[in-house]
Design a protein around this ligand. Structure first.
Ligand SMILES: *[C@@H]1O[C@H](CO)[C@@H](O)[C@H](O)[C@H]1NC(C)=O
Ligand SMILES: *[C@@H]1O[C@H](CO)[C@@H](O)[C@H](O)[C@H]1NC(C)=O
Ligand SMILES: *[C@@H]1O[C@H](CO)[C@@H](O)[C@H](O)[C@H]1NC(C)=O
Ligand SMILES: *[C@@H]1O[C@H](CO)[C@@H](O)[C@H](O)[C@H]1NC(C)=O
Length: 236
């Protein structure tokens, strides 16, 4: 098995020509394979919808691109672009290993039986995602503030989970966000001001949420919310 640590010392001893050819094998390939191996290890797949095709018996370039739910940047390079693992009966907590899919732009884990917290350091694991769909699972705990560091996000779907607490005001800083849905959770407190046009249905069925586009919060001014304060223009 190749890893960066194992390859490096022997590589240095070789002729430059071989250094270049080995460099690709030792550095570009194993990270994304490691990513999928760790994901497979951290999830249960009782319906065998997915993980049985992730066999890792042939790890040549492009091999993982044929796996169920895996979409690569290029069909003959092991660089994962999107993981589409929706509705596969997957069980367990938020999978580990995603930080090894270093070029991942889309993650869809929707409509499975995943539970537990959304990682507090999620931006470290999936820093470049433009689309994150965790909807229709059983994720609980708070929406991590750290999602505000996933600055490429344009779609964030968290609806139909068991999330509690407030929507972090910092999420209003996600300037590319056009789609945001947290309906059917147990969220409370004021809704931050988003730059995207969002409707009541994006926030529906959370007993404690208030503020536009829902009803105004009782006895609080809009300025209380950090997200709103952050957005106020200074024109004086
Ligand atoms: C996977 O990611 C971890 C943390 O970033 C890193 O230490 C490790 O070397 C990576 N594994 C591979 C095979 O690249
Ligand atoms: C491994 O996969 C590559 C690319 O998909 C393919 O060309 C090759 O024939 C496979 N090797 C074996 C032993 O199956
Ligand atoms: C999110 O986590 C990353 C990596 O740990 C960190 O650099 C960043 O500052 C965090 N962002 C927030 C808003 O907590
Ligand atoms: C929702 O989360 C709470 C803990 O925050 C837990 O007690 C409860 O069982 C969860 N509900 C469901 C339907 O999983």
């Amino acid at each position: 098995m190749f890893t960066a640590m194992k390859c490096r010392p022997s590589v240095i001893l070789l002729h430059t020509l071989f250094w270049f050819s080995l460099d690709g094998i030792c550095y570009s390939t194993p990270s994304d394979i490691e990513c999928l191996k760790l994901i497979k290890k951290s999830l249960k797949d009782p319906e065998k919808n997915l993980l049985d095709s992730w066999t890792f018996d042939n790890t040549s370039e492009g091999s993982i691109c044929k796996y169920n739910g895996v979409e690569c940047w290029h069909p003959d390079e092991n660089k994962v672009l999107n993981l589409r693992l929706s509705n596969m009966g997957l069980q367990g907590q938020f999978p580990s290993g995603l930080e090894n899919c270093t070029s991942l732009t889309g993650l869809d884990l929707s409509s499975n039986n995943l539970f537990g917290p959304i990682p507090v350091d999620i931006a470290k694991e999936i820093p470049y995602v433009t689309s994150l769909d965790l909807s229709y699972n059983d994720f609980s705990g708070k929406i991590p503030v750290n999602l505000s560091s996933c600055t490429y996000l344009n779609s964030l779907k968290l609806q139909h989970n068991n999330l509690t607490g407030q929507i972090p005001g910092q999420l209003s800083g996600l300037s590319r966000l056009t789609e945001f849905d947290v309906s059917d959770n147990h969220l409370s407190g004021p809704i931050p001001t988003f730059q995207a046009k969002l409707t009541q249905s994006n926030f529906a069925n959370n007993a404690g949420l208030c503020g536009a586009p829902l009803d105004a919060c009782a006895g609080t001014s809009k300025k209380v919310n950090a997200g709103n304060a952050h957005q106020e223009e200074r024109k004086n």
